[in-house]
Design a protein around this ligand. Structure first.
Ligand code: MG
Length: 321
């Protein structure tokens, strides 16, 4: 597919980092919310195309129990199909490991980057993992310790950092406490998740300041915004101005939010790259190749991408959705 090569005019703005690392979550966080199971070969091709578009961190899959997330039940088959990218393309391919067993499976296949997942609220810990927050942290601790012993890099996902569908607003101090616990157990990096997309920029800055005050350096913090209420890019810009340099995004905006009645979930990588290109911030990503990849994936899934940039660049209208 040939796409128009429209790019934003580059006009830098003050107080922004020169380079941002995009942590691509489409193949895991995006696809896990898709009902129709995508063939393993298509997933492998998707990951390869994402890496070829210049994404250096592409979360590949999850070693969750196959019964919990049928879409990702093929992780044992998929990971070996893409593992060579870690050497040949110097991409990192993190995988989610919910527990000890997941870590064993990931390590057996040579994973060098893993991620654990905890909730910043009791309600979501209960709903998602059927555990208390303390139990979820206790379950993650040996996973993190064992991974670090093998020089495997560990990311700690923290969900519901800005709001929770059961509890409403989530106090900053509660998020800071849980974030500290993840770093204290040995996580290299945190990803602050706005799982239901309710954050606004002042709230983002308040949480980042709270984390800094508690001794968490900004360079260990990544942000994971959802566009449910159209705030993802505004929140991203606020985080970048604070000094954050790792931003999660999902190619084509894949992945609706299961806890909000909306088709719009993850921040689309193309929308993020459009803004960063316009600001003159380096990402290493080729927007044309990335858009072509998401347009191809949308064809596989049988519906247009929710990304505004993908739609604008491919001429896909709203009405088609
Ligand atoms: Mg997400």
């Amino acid at each position: 597919m040939t796409l128009p090569t429209a790019l934003p005019m580059t006009v830098p703005a003050p107080a922004l980092p020169p380079r941002v690392r995009i942590y691509e979550v489409g193949a895991r966080d995006g696809l896990q919310n898709e009902k129709a199971v995508v063939p393993t070969e298509i997933k492998a091709e998707f990951i390869r195309r994402l890496a070829a578009a210049g994404l250096t961190t592409v979360e590949a899959t999850s070693f969750v129990h196959p019964k919990w997330v049928p879409q990702l039940a093929d992780s044992e088959l998929l990971f070996p199909l893409v593992r060579d990218l870690e050497q040949d393309a110097e991409a990192q391919l993190p995988v989610l490991v919910p527990n000890d067993r997941g870590l064993d499976r990931a390590l057996a296949l040579g994973a060098r980057n893993v991620a654990v997942f905890v909730s910043a609220t009791e309600s979501f810990a209960k709903a998602n993992l059927n555990r208390t927050m303390a139990e979820a942290l206790a379950m993650s601790e040996p996973v993190v310790t064992r991974a670090r012993e093998q020089d495997v890099r560990v990311r700690g996902y923290l969900s519901m950092c800005f709001g929770d569908p059961w509890e409403g607003a989530v106090p900053v101090a509660q998020v800071v406490r849980t974030a500290k616990a993840l770093l204290d157990m040995g996580c290299d990096e945190l990803s602050l998740g706005d799982t239901i997309g309710v954050a606004t920029p002042g709230h983002v800055l308040a949480l980042l300041a709270g984390l800094n005050e508690a001794g968490v350096p900004t360079d260990r913090i990544g942000v994971h915004f959802h566009d449910t209420y159209g705030q993802a890019l505004a929140n991203t810009l606020a985080a970048l101005q604070h000094g954050v340099r790792t931003v999660d995004a999902s190619a084509g905006g894949l992945g609706g939010c299961p806890y909000a009645k909306s088709a719009t979930g993850n921040l689309a990588t193309e929308d993020l790259v459009w803004m960063l290109d316009g600001l003159g911030i380096e990402t290493g990503v080729d927007l044309g190749r990335l858009t072509a990849t998401s347009a191809w994936m949308a064809e596989q899934l049988g519906r247009p991408s929710p990304s505004r940039t993908v739609r604008a660049l491919t001429g896909t209208s709203h009405q088609e959705q």
